[in-house]
Design a protein around this ligand. Structure first.
Ligand code: CA
Ligand code: CA
Length: 314
């Protein structure tokens, strides 16, 4: 077993930015355990907590950033999500102005959600199977700063429920070292995240970070992309859901055409017949959608998921 790095939850950022000094520097190919606070920075501990007293400048923290040696602009950062461990208590907040139902809810409701026997207990009777996932995960943009509350081409607050244990997320490297960070774990979250919260929870995530070097001859991949046991997925965020959905679709067509040599008509037909366009979230500053294609269609066309596992240079 090789060395495992550790980054504690005192190393928090609230925006993805090239200006943040690295909290940890690791060689490509490293395995890292990152402790995370929940999206309210663990400020809400009971139903008696006063939501008006929550320091909003500390909402949506991500743990990081991690500088990955050898990662250079144009490369792909390959994030293998090994494990997601969560604490035994989560929280949900609903109320006026919050999420899709915010116009009908008259008061703030804080719900402490106990995690027990593989379920998140919303009430004594309403128990939801755990579906652990990562809400915020990304790299620094090339310039400027993107709040950890927003998704974008750098990843960020995508709130995509497929970003879970055992999946591989491909992110763009925009700055030397990539400056990777993650946070905002959910014990469970459904497509849409209509309340503007999942079951928000602190925990820790173990990832392996690899780097795939850009080749001058290649077109850049339409990132972020996600590889699961079952699917190849493109993820896109935009001001409205229509645009996000269109972008996720265009990205997958371009990937199938540019990387796997399918014709544009062929790729478009394949997605129309076999690709599922899905909502990630409708509540963040940009909305996020994804195109899911069963991975066998990609592998039959020559896609090798192993080629994305990162030829980490030693
Ligand atoms: Ca989120
Ligand atoms: Ca969240």
């Amino acid at each position: 077993m090789s060395h495992m790095y550790h980054l504690g939850k005192e190393h928090l950022i609230y925006a993805m930015s090239p200006d943040h000094p690295p909290a940890l520097t690791v060689p490509a190919g490293s395995t890292i355990q990152l402790e995370t606070r929940d999206c309210y920075s663990d400020q809400i501990v009971s139903t008696d907590s006063d939501f008006s007293q929550v320091d909003m400048s500390r909402v949506n923290p991500a743990t990081g950033p991690v500088y990955v040696e050898g990662a250079e602009p144009g490369d792909i950062l390959v994030v293998h999500i090994k494990t997601i461990e969560i604490n035994n208590q989560g929280v949900m907040v609903t109320g006026p102005g919050r999420g899709v139902m915010g116009h009908e809810l008259e008061n703030i409701n804080i719900r402490i959600v106990n995690i027990e026997d593989g379920y998140a207990a919303l009430t004594d009777k309403l128990k939801v199977p755990l579906q652990k996932m990562i809400g915020v995960i990304g790299t620094a943009p090339a310039s400027g700063s993107v709040s950890c509350g927003s998704p974008g081409e750098h990843g960020g607050n995508m709130d995509c429920k497929q970003i879970r244990e055992g999946t591989t997320l491909l992110l763009p490297v925009n700055v030397p070292g990539a400056l990777f960070a993650l946070g905002d774990l959910h014990a469970a979250m459904a497509d849409g995240e209509v309340a503007i919260c999942g079951v928000e929870i602190a925990g820790q995530v173990t990832v392996k970070l690899d780097v795939v070097k850009a080749k001058d001859t290649e077109k850049p991949w339409p990132l972020p992309m996600l590889i699961t046991d079952e699917h190849l997925i493109t993820i896109a965020s935009a001001k409205d859901l229509d645009s996000a959905a269109n972008r996720a679709t265009v990205n997958m067509v371009h990937f199938l055409a540019d990387e796997l040599g399918l014709g544009m008509h062929e790729a478009t037909c394949l997605l129309s017949a076999a690709g599922d366009l899905r909502i990630c979230q409708v509540v963040n500053p940009l909305k996020t959608a994804r195109m899911e294609l069963q991975i066998r269609y990609a592998t039959e066309a020559g896609f090798d998921p192993q080629a994305c596992s990162g030829q980490s240079r030693s």
